[in-house]
Design a protein around this ligand. Structure first.
Ligand SMILES: [Zn+2]
Length: 844
């Protein structure tokens, strides 16, 4: 197979007539894909995967063909080039892989039911019907779908249905679009509808296993997001409707199919009467993300998968821009600082990480591109950096132009930089190239040398890294005018420090707002100055200070032992994000202690010392009228109190549990997981375990289920751990989409050995079950997140190194081996100093 040949170069489709017959009972799909297009050569290839092709005609004449799954192709010999209409008859199995066309399973009033849905990104449209399955191969589509239909069932797709004849549902012709964005679903659904100011129909669809009120929040956010984007982009929503559909089985978080966005139930539906604010924020940002794609990704699409970042980085920024506009009181950008920013900074510091923009051809490697820390989080930071540089007016003007130029077509990163460059008068491309084409990021060191304030940039690594002398064009965002706007050199001298300090009246700082993708290492003089004025800093600046120090400690540039004494200075903060990063640093100290030791007791005491006043202030239960910050801080503090084994806190939680024992789902959602975890860990029994696992099976409330999945693995009882592991492969209890969270939970607690044994023994089962989807590699990532001993490192290598050549796994295994090795070395080198600092801070 000529790997570099895209099928689109051989045959360019303009229109499809796809007719499908889907039978849930026999688990069979059959149909005909009729494709009109322009044959550039007589030997062409059309994508298919896992299909049987029974006939191919070109302009009504049978033509020779072969097909195989190796090349995922039907190879067809035509008699002429030019305009051709192909008709391909096919059949395929309906499988449970959560890719292509697949069933979701759920129960309604004790009856097992199915909802059929689709997931085509990146390369699974070819599992549903033969097509040129490449983003550039845009065409119009007529879908006609028949299924083993029962009375009362609904079918929906990208476009409205126009007629039903003889049980076949015909949908309106789509606009010109990519195959990976086609979607449909059918089954027994409920829905709620509304209309935007501009007349777009908005709807939320779900199974009837949910209460009707669970659809309301999403409907409101979807409507207002579309209204926001129509205004912000100055470009109308291009389709008649925007459906949001919750699927009970869904591998990723959500998928931006044009006009029919699909979601995990947890990311769309929520009980307005009992849902944590944090969950509402997450659901809202997921919806806003997918709806941002309706223009950026769907209307204008990347030319090839190497520019996937263009879609995802952009949508990942816009979800915050949109929610900040429609819910300004939420201060949603603060969540960006505790979510995306540290994720990107951590991962991007490991040598061997991919750059945001990467060349890619093999389908298995395309799925591995979805490195959320890089393509989503780092990419979003790049665009946040651009937005800060050029401002919203230029951003909006540039986007309007970009959509007008490329609508219903494709574009590359260079096209976006050109549009934004024209709008802003800046050479945006030149600045961004250093960030997008190079992996990693710099640490900028600021020092006072011989009285002069100097800065220096160098690539930052956690673990061994080969310094290749990379340089970045760094937007410095300093509070001192003497610092350049863009720092493109290795070194710069800013002037006489004493004079600069005198003139500005405040400590020298870089990356104010934390919008640029670099960290700062201040020398002792500068750091002491900042710490002496700590209370003058806003929440983001305080977070940034601790976050950068933590990264420097991970990278061996300073010691964790130097950070520990600083922690109490942040402990009284009323800011949720400062508390988030504070306890994030504290949690990082857990790797330095062994279970059951004096050192562990001292660390628990440190958590108690840090959280004691806050738990007294906040209490276990949400209070009416409290601030968003208090509501968001409480869970962080409760988690700390549980680790501290604070007797009063544990008893208080136990009492709340007892009061709600008959209806645990009714516990306030914001704190429910901690009350359940406390009960399982400290007051648990086999009866409680069974009660919770049974609730997990029966409940359709995704947030309650997630709480149970987080609480049960805290059990110290090895017999109960074994029961959990036995449920891992029982899809009636734990759906494959939720298994990774369970696995991680057990691995991070007393059941570590059992979970680790399970994944090694049953790797083949795991690969067979979820190996086909893009989330597969994250099982390795979450394992890596937990391991920190030489024994586990050796076992990890022994198990994964033989799998190094598995397509799609190579980079993850290489990176993760390095991550664990670095952590093990850090623990060995630092544990004595860190534990001494903890003891001194507790007792001092
Ligand atoms: Zn996305």
């Amino acid at each position: 197979m000529a790997e570099s040949t895209h099928f689109y170069e051989l045959f360019q489709p303009s229109h499809y007539n796809v007719s499908l017959d889907i039978n849930r009972a026999t688990k069979q799909i059959s149909g005909t894909s009729t494709i009109t297009g322009d044959a550039k050569e007589t030997g062409i290839a059309i994508h298919q995967k896992y299909m049987t092709i029974s006939a191919v005609t070109a302009d009504g004449q049978a033509v020779p063909f072969t097909f195989d799954d190796e090349t995922e192709a039907i190879h067809i010999e035509l008699t002429k080039t030019g305009e051709t209409t192909l008709a391909i008859d096919f059949s395929a199995p309906l499988t449970d892989s959560m890719m292509g066309i697949y069933p979701s399973y759920y129960e309604l009033n004790g009856e097992k039911k199915q909802l059929i849905g689709t997931q085509f990104e990146t390369t699974a449209a070819r599992q549903a019907f033969p097509c040129v399955d490449e983003p550039e191969a845009k065409a119009t589509f007529d879908l006609a779908i028949k299924f083993d239909e029962h009375a009362g069932e609904t079918i929906i797709s990208n476009m409205p249905e126009v007629k039903t004849e003889n049980g076949v549902h015909y949908f309106d012709t789509t606009v010109r679009m990519s195959s990976y964005l086609i979607a449909f679903a059918f089954g027994d659904m409920q829905s709620k509808l509304t209309t935007t100011k501009s007349g777009v129909q908005v709807g939320v669809f779900a199974t009837k296993a949910h209460q009707a009120k669970e659809l309301d929040f999403a409907l409101d956010i979807a409507k207002r997001s579309i209204e926001f984007y129509e205004d912000f982009y100055q470009t109308p929503y291009p389709l008649p409707h925007s459906w949001q559909l919750a699927l009970p089985d869904f591998s990723a978080g959500a998928m931006e199919n044009w006009g029919l966005v699909t979601y995990r139930e947890a990311y769309l539906l929520l009980d307005p009467d009992n849902t944590a604010f944090e969950t509402k924020q997450r659901v809202a940002t997921v919806i806003a993300h997918e709806l941002a794609h309706q223009w950026f990704g769907d209307l204008v699409t990347m030319k090839w998968w190497d520019d996937l970042w263009l879609n995802e980085s952009f949508a990942n920024m816009m979800e915050y821009v949109a929610i900040d506009a429609i819910e300004p009181d939420w201060h949603i950008w603060e969540a960006f600082q505790t979510g995306e920013a540290p994720m990107a900074l951590q991962r991007d510091a490991t040598d061997g990480v991919q750059s945001v923009h990467v060349q890619v051809e093999d389908p298995a490697e395309i799925d591995a591109l979805f490195d959320s820390a890089i393509v989503y989080a780092k990419g979003a930071r790049m665009l946040v950096m651009v937005r800060a540089l050029i401002g919203d007016d230029a951003l909006r003007a540039g986007l309007k132009n970009y959509f007008a130029t490329h609508h219903y077509g494709n574009a590359t990163g260079a096209d976006l930089w050109a549009a934004l460059g024209t709008a802003s008068g800046m050479d945006v491309g030149a600045i961004m190239t250093s960030w997008l084409e190079q992996p990693g990021y710099p640490v900028v060191s600021a020092q006072v040398v011989d009285g002069k304030l100097t800065i220096h940039q160098q690539q930052f690594f956690i673990g061994d890294g080969k310094d290749a002398g990379l340089q970045w064009q760094v937007p410095l965002n300093s509070n001192y005018d003497a610092a350049p706007a863009i720092f493109a050199d290795t070194d710069a001298t800013l002037g006489d420090y004493a004079e600069l300090r005198q003139a500005s009246g405040e400590p020298f700082r870089l990356n104010v707002g934390n919008n640029s993708h670099f960290i700062v290492k201040y020398d002792a003089t500068l750091l002491q100055d900042i710490l002496a004025h700590l209370t003058d800093l806003d929440a983001i600046a305080q977070l940034q200070l601790l976050q950068d120090l933590r990264l420097l400690a991970e990278g061996n540039q300073i010691s964790y032992a130097d950070i520990v004494p600083l922690l109490p200075r942040f402990a009284a903060s009323h800011s949720a994000i400062v508390n988030d990063v504070l306890y994030g640093v504290a949690t990082n100290l857990k790797k330095f202690v062994k279970e059951g030791t004096t050192e562990e007791q001292q660390l628990r005491a440190l958590f108690g010392k840090l959280s004691g006043d806050q738990i007294a202030r906040l209490g276990w239960l949400p209070k009416a009228g409290e601030s968003n910050d208090d509501e968001l801080t409480r869970p962080t503090i409760l988690s700390a109190a549980l680790y501290a084994k604070d007797d009063a806190a544990l008893t208080a939680a136990h009492d709340i549990f007892t009061a709600h024992q008959d209806n645990l789902a009714s516990l306030p959602a914001a704190v429910r997981v901690y009350i359940l975890a406390n009960e399982v860990e400290n007051f648990g029994s086999a009866a409680l375990f069974d009660q919770l696992l049974n609730d997990y099976r029966k409940s359709s409330d995704a947030s309650y289920k997630a709480d149970i999945a987080a609480a049960l693995p805290t059990t110290p009882d090895s017999a109960l751990v074994a029961k959990l592991i036995a449920a891992f492969e029982d899809a009636d209890t734990i759906k494959p989409q939720d298994l990774r969270a369970w696995y991680r939970g057990v691995l991070a607690h007393k059941g570590q050995q059992a979970a680790w044994d399970w994944i090694r023994n049953d790797w083949q089962w795991l690969e067979d079950t979820v190996g086909g989807d893009m989330e597969f590699t994250t099982y390795i990532t979450v394992t890596t997140g937990v391991f920190h001993t030489p024994e586990r490192l050796a076992e990890f290598k022994a198990f994964f190194e033989p799998k190094l050549n598995t397509p799609g796994l190579t980079r993850e295994i290489t990176m993760d081996t390095k991550v664990i090795a670095t952590r093990v070395a850090l623990v060995e080198a630092e544990k004595d100093a860190v534990n001494a600092a903890v003891a001194q801070t507790v007792n001092g």
